[in-house]
Design a protein around this ligand. Structure first.
Ligand SMILES: CC(C)(COP(=O)(O)OP(=O)(O)OC[C@H]1O[C@@H](n2cnc3c(N)ncnc32)[C@H](O)[C@@H]1OP(=O)(O)O)[C@@H](O)C(=O)NCCC(=O)NCCS
Length: 164
């Protein structure tokens, strides 16, 4: 980030349309289970899906992304990512607050998500933001491709929710 500025003055959060597809694919590509180009196209074309991101207004690059799907009664957080050089600055926390606000406007009863059992950063974030664990899907995820400990086993999915 640099320049001694705080991100809040340099970040522009906005709804993202298909013009942002390649930027979304690029940022998402580094995640453990990236979506295919086809999945991104479908999400961007779906009226029930809100694709939202943070843009560095100095160079118009995508710094963070979130995908929130409107279900009949609930909302589901399908993606949340912050570019590595912008992490631990409160961006995900800020985005989750906005996502809750959006789900509340939709009248959603709960905001649902699922996360790898080994994703300590995300689990800490969600717990801090008031999400509670509802259950687990055993061995749901394929081994994390970024695993650094040499252990490549399937991982449980932790199912979490909170009221928006
Ligand atoms: C998880 C992720 C979205 C967090 O984004 P972020 O902008 O760095 O998070 P924030 O700065 O808003 O952190 C908020 C809180 O989350 C927790 N947290 C975030 N990153 C953490 C880490 N690496 N280790 C431990 N706690 C962490 C902390 O409680 C933090 O509060 P604090 O900084 O006051 O201690 C980011 O690490 C990321 O993009 N990871 C890869 C993609 C991913 O795992 N997405 C979630 C899929 S379910």
């Amino acid at each position: 980030m640099g320049d001694g500025v705080t991100w809040s003055t340099e970040m522009d959060f906005r709804h993202l349309d298909d013009d942002w597809r390649f930027s979304l694919i690029g940022l998402d590509h580094a995640s453990d289970t990236p979506w295919s180009a086809e999945q991104w196209s479908q999400a961007l074309a779906d009226q029930r899906v809100w694709v939202w991101g943070g843009i560095d207004s100095r160079d118009a690059t995508l710094v963070s992304l979130a995908v929130l799907a409107r279900l009949p009664f609930d909302a589901e957080l399908q993606r949340l990512e912050v570019r590595p050089d912008w992490r631990r600055l409160g961006i995900a926390r800020r985005m989750l607050n906005e996502l809750c606000h959006e789900a509340s406007k939709w009248g959603s009863e709960r905001l649902l998500l699922e996360v790898r059992a080994g994703n300590e950063a995300a689990l800490a974030l969600y717990r801090q933001m008031g999400f509670v664990e509802d259950g687990r899907r055993r061995h749901y995820y394929p081994p994390a491709r970024n695993a650094t400990d040499g252990i490549r086993e399937r991982e449980d999915a932790v199912l979490m929710s909170r009221h928006p």
